[in-house]
Design a protein around this ligand. Structure first.
Ligand code: TXA
Ligand code: MG
Length: 321
């Protein structure tokens, strides 16, 4: 049930239930990290492979101490600058963190989400929350309580409604070793923003020998409708003439052709604004039962890189050009 009752959510979590929580990035499906049954239910409800670890959400910087063996100085600086906010740090886990959370890995992914309701919730309970995005595995991430309700309405007693997510795409995930920052999942905290803290910032590229790195499953965030990613929307619209086409555009409307509907992510051409609307517009277009979605590639700079990454995955398994 959609609700804004934080203390009810706290008691459901304390009793070992699951609660959908708003964050600035996307809605999460949350459970007490120390309750094995509850954590198992996250995996089963999402139909998520057990080898895909979960992000731990905390409400206070000092919560880190009980969870990780050490915090490298550079990681501490980044947490001080970006938390609460859309940055997830991979840190060496203490034994107190159940292996189920990290899928047996020695590192745990941790972040402090920047949403007033969820911060209140986290600060009112004595345990951190494991929370993947609140979508079935491989489907479009939810950025509104209604999206979560459509996916899991009957199975969740509480979906905390914190309004539409302001950031709109998942957190940037990084590892820190010495002075080096490795980006595992791109987000709105960009490579350029991280370069202010280190001149050694690298992006982890997927290798065949290592199919499961963070956020790196090829097909992910995917609409049910066949989707194509392109630089040239006009050409594709012509090619699919006669079909019912949905266009997800960056800044300009799609060509005015019969059978074409369109959504524009940011009429002023701001990639941050485009990220805010990305999943909500994808949900809308996907619900229209169209023949094909044509996704316009963003400028490959700033937050555009993270959006292109999500668009690429939305089109994976379909056709990319
Ligand atoms: O913005 C976000 O990060 C959202 C909100 C709800 O906080 N959460 C989120 O969770 O996107 P999820 O589960 O949908 O994506 C988490 C990604 C997965 O790709 C997972 O493989 C990676 O983080 N991950 C989590 N723990 C990890 C670990 N210990 N080592 C490596 N990768 C990890
Ligand atoms: Mg996810």
């Amino acid at each position: 049930m959609i609700s804004n009752n934080i203390s009810w959510a706290a008691s459901v979590l304390t009793e070992g239930g699951l609660v959908a929580i708003p964050t600035e990035t996307v809605y999460g499906l949350a459970a007490n990290i120390f309750n094995a049954d509850a954590v198992d239910r996250i995996f089963s409800l999402k139909n998520r492979p057990p080898f895909n670890p979960l992000i731990v959400h905390i409400g206070r910087q000092e919560d880190l101490e009980g969870l990780v063996k050490n915090v490298p100085p550079l990681a501490a600086k980044l947490a001080a600058r970006f938390w609460p906010g859309p940055l997830t740090l991979l840190l060496p886990k203490k034994d107190t963190i159940p292996d189920r959370i990290t899928a047996g890995k020695p590192m745990v992914a941790i972040r402090m989400p920047d949403h007033p309701m969820t911060l209140d919730l986290l600060r009112s309970i004595p345990f951190p929350l494991a929370a993947p995005s609140a979508n079935p595995f491989g489907r479009i991430s939810p950025t509104k309580a209604e999206h979560v309700d459509a996916y899991f309405g009957n199975q969740l007693s509480v979906i905390l409604d914190g309004g539409p997510c302001q950031t709109g795409i998942e957190s940037t995930i990084i590892g820190v070793v010495g002075n080096q920052i490795t980006i595992y999942r791109k987000g709105t905290i960009t490579e350029d923003a991280l370069r202010a803290f280190s001149d050694d910032v690298v992006t982890h590229e997927k290798k065949d020998s290592e199919p499961i790195a963070p956020g790196m499953l090829d097909q992910h965030y995917a609409p049910q409708t066949k989707a194509i990613l392109t630089n040239n929307v006009n050409e594709l619209v012509q090619q699919y003439a006669g079909h019912r086409i949905g266009c997800l555009m960056f800044q300009t409307p799609p060509p005015e052709v019969a059978g074409v509907v369109g959504k524009v992510l940011s009429t002023s051409g701001k990639t941050e604004e485009a990220a805010t609307h990305l999943y909500a517009y994808l949900h809308e277009l996907d619900a229209m039962a169209l023949d094909i979605l044509i996704l316009e590639r963003m400028p490959d700079s700033g937050v555009g890189k993270a959006i292109n990454d999500r668009l690429q995955r939305a089109a994976a398994g379909h056709i990319t050009r």
